[in-house]
Design a protein around this ligand. Structure first.
Ligand code: F0G
Length: 457
């Protein structure tokens, strides 16, 4: 078999800035050892997120010029609406400026005190929007999904038995909607199988609860189904995605992922009366229903991106390039959440740095070292992001201490990734000398964005 190559050539380039080790040591210090506080210019390879960081195609940029900026009824809206309807089968397509705006509108209507929202795993903004409405967000990961070392095809699945038990105990009347997130980002970018979506839907049907899909990475999920699930190898990614959506009553989407744009999102709904309420809220918070929080040119780029993302050559390259990094890290001896996910590799910092206790933030230590070695920016997903304090002021850590290396779509070539791998070899040799970190400042909520740290001696 031949090398799986980037299925594009490069027409427009953006220089990246090299720094010296001395400069990076100072930059890290000045940023209080928090990657969110480093200026992007000082980053060589930016793996902070795959959200809004992708490269648009020539056709998407051409679409930007085609954008119809009319306030109401713009041509670009109808192109966007048609593309999303064709993909999702939903009747009502409501554009928003990004995914969390769709979540905010939805949970303002259907959330509230006394309500419970199940999900295979909530992404943090989804959880925040559920909780902000007064409702409770509950995760139903499978047992294998919680174990980083287990290799299984669909570790993003919903634990359907636990979900049904929860519905019986909580009462269907208190559960306005159940979500499935594809791929399961907080669970490691792991896919959800079609069978699992079907089984979830059939349980929800028994109790009259609608199913919504958080569709940020729907195309990557569809391609995993094609590769791994029986009966799907002859279907196109689009047909598979359409089947996934056929079980849903609604969709929230951050177009910043699998629509390959820098900004955008939508809420798609079958229920007309819910859609009317959502549009009324949209007018207050985002904009008129034919543009939401977006410009006409953004709607054009999304419509085009939704088509490009389902191309098999693109998806083959996409999943392979993430897997390539994951396999190399494994060869080096750096433990990762297995198997490699669709958009990112997650280093298991707890196993990698057993001498650093969770409350001394082993993930943060890896993040800082990768920046120091090679100007690579990653993000901690562990006690810094999810740690809570008990009554005595002791930190309560989440089950895993991870570092996410998220791969922007169509941005980096294989030699960029080879460079990341070379830096990771150095990370591995330095591992015994790495120290933990202490937090010197933190905000009351979502502390990881602005926290300040100091290295422990
Ligand atoms: N749902 C999932 C599964 C996500 O991963 C994200 C964003 C959102 C919803 C919210 O979308 O950012 O457009 O408001 N994830 C980004 C990340 C930020 O880095 O994983 P948004």
């Amino acid at each position: 078999m031949k090398t799986i190559i980037e299925p594009f050539k490069i027409k427009s380039v953006e220089p990246i800035r090299f720094t010296t080790l001395e400069e990076r040591i100072k930059i890290l210090h000045d940023a209080h050892y928090n990657p969110f506080l480093i200026h992007a210019e000082d980053v060589l390879i930016d793996l902070l997120t795959d959200s809004g960081t992708s490269a648009m195609s020539a056709k998407q940029w051409a679409g930007m010029m085609e954008g119809d900026e009319s306030y109401a009824g713009a041509r670009s809206f109808f192109r966007f609406e048609k593309a999303v309807q064709d993909l999702t089968g939903m009747k009502n397509i409501i554009p928003t400026h990004q995914g969390r705006a769709a979540e905010k509108i939805l949970f303002t209507i259907i959330g509230g005190a006394g309500k419970y929202i199940p999900n295979n795993t909530h992404f943090d903004t989804t959880r925040a929007n559920v909780e902000f409405s007064g409702a409770v967000a509950v995760d139903f990961q499978t047992e294998e999904g919680k174990r980083p070392d287990v290799i299984a095809p669909f570790k993003g699945n919903m634990n359907v038995a636990a979900l049904e038990k929860f519905i019986q105990e909580t009462g269907a009347e208190n559960i306005p909607v159940c979500f499935i997130t594809v791929t399961n980002n907080s669970g490691g970018g792991q896919p959800v199988s079609m069978q699992n979506i079907r089984e979830t839907k059939s349980v929800l049907n028994k109790y009259g609860i609608p199913l919504f899909i958080d569709a940020c990475r729907f195309a990557e999920n569809a391609f995993f189904i094609k590769k791994r699930e029986k009966g799907y190898d002859n279907k196109t990614p689009k047909e598979i995605a359409q089947e996934m959506f056929s079980y849903a009553d609604g969709v929230t989407m951050s177009a910043k992922k699998d629509a390959i744009v820098n900004m955008g999102g939508f809420l798609a709904l079958n229920n007309d009366s819910l859609a009317t309420q959502a549009r009324n809220l949209l007018i207050v918070t985002e904009g008129f229903p034919t543009y939401g929080g977006l410009a006409g040119r953004d709607l054009e780029a999304i419509a085009q991106g939704l088509e490009e993302v389902l191309d098999e050559h693109y998806l083959t390259y996409r999943l392979r390039s993430v897997e390539y990094l994951g396999n190399k890290l494994t060869e080096i001896g750096i433990p990762i959440l297995q198997p490699p996910g669709g958009h990112a590799i997650y280093i298991d910092a707890k196993s990698f740095l057993p001498h650093i206790a969770p409350h001394e933030y082993p993930g943060q230590s890896v993040v800082c070292e990768l920046y120091k070695i090679g100007g690579i920016r990653s993000v901690e997903i562990g006690s810094v992001m999810f740690g809570k304090y008990d009554e005595k002021g002791n930190i309560v850590s989440p089950p895993m201490e991870l570092v996410r290396l998220a791969i922007p779509r169509r941005v980096y070539t294989q030699s960029h990734i080879d460079y990341v791998i070379e830096c990771s070899i150095e990370l591995h040799s330095n591992r015994k000398s790495l120290t933990g970190y202490a937090i010197t400042y933190e905000a009351p909520q979502l502390r990881h964005f602005t926290a300040q740290f100091k290295p422990l001696a």
